[in-house]
Write a protein that binds this ligand. Structure first.
Ligand SMILES: Nc1ncnc2c1ncn2[C@@H]1O[C@H](COP(=O)(O)OP(=O)(O)OP(=O)(O)O)[C@@H](O)[C@H]1O
Ligand SMILES: [Mg+2]
Length: 213
């Protein structure tokens, strides 16, 4: 489904990808471990189209998307700090991507409401996001990502801001939602237990290449 072919990327003096290759199959979640600074976040940004490659190709469903802008790829990226829009309420946060895709506002709202109900946030549509708990904010980020029906989910340490108990609950919930939606995912984490819990396969980024774990 997703195929990274011989990616090369330098950042200043550092070589973050040195002939890096990886495949993620349909419906599969692959966890990506690696030391701090090894280039995990940079790799997700390259896959999303937010960071240019020096060389190599990103393919999805057999199509070369290397030169496609992020919005054409239809991949969703969830950041460590959720990156919700603080000036928008919960529903508007979830609507945002749909409106950007050209959905009429009213339809986008209906769709957002349905997705919020799915992730257990019914009734919180008009709350400001900064009044929500960490777990609720995490669910808004998930709803915002899922509502656009992404072809691929890119998760950059999405649970690290949560306490231990909530973290394992959200790990199970994310795994279930991704499975229900049949969306392949690449999950960056520094926690081997999280990798084992969430993913069918675990790889490690080291010296600009993928090593099996
Ligand atoms: N825009 C940038 N300009 C210069 N250097 C950058 C830029 N983005 C990342 N880097 C550098 O590239 C290296 C890899 O960064 P990256 O954020 O991808 O690492 P990471 O594996 O996600 O680390 P962490 O586990 O700490 O999140 C770091 O040394 C970082 O300082
Ligand atoms: Mg990172």
């Amino acid at each position: 489904m997703l195929e990274l072919r011989a990616l090369h990327k330098r950042m200043g003096a550092r070589c973050l990808a040195d002939g890096l290759s990886l495949k993620v199959d349909a419906g599969e979640t692959v966890a990506l471990l690696g030391a701090s600074g090894s280039g995990k976040s940079t790799l997700l940004r390259m896959v999303a189209g937010l960071e240019p490659l020096d060389a190599g190709q990103v393919l999805f469903a057999g199509e070369d998307v290397t030169r496609q802008p992020p919005e054409k790829r239809r991949f969703a990226l969830i950041f460590q700090d959720f990156a919700l829009f603080p000036h928008l309420d919960v529903q508007e946060n979830v609507c945002f991507g749909l409106v950007e895709q050209g959905w009429p506002k009213r339809l986008a709202r209906t769709e957002a409401q349905a997705m919020l109900a799915t992730v257990g946030l019914h009734g919180l549509e008009h709350r400001r996001v900064w009044t929500l708990s960490g777990g609720e904010q995490q669910r808004v980020a998930l709803a915002r990502a899922l509502v656009t029906r992404p072809r691929l989910m890119l998760l950059d340490e999405p649970f690290s801001a949560l306490d231990a108990e909530l973290r394992s609950a959200m790990q199970d919930e994310f795994r279930q939602r991704l499975a229900d939606a049949g969306i392949p995912a690449l999950l960056v984490t520094h926690d081997p237990a999280e990798a084992a819990r969430m993913a069918g396969r675990v790889v490690r980024l080291e010296g600009g290449r993928m090593r099996p774990v």
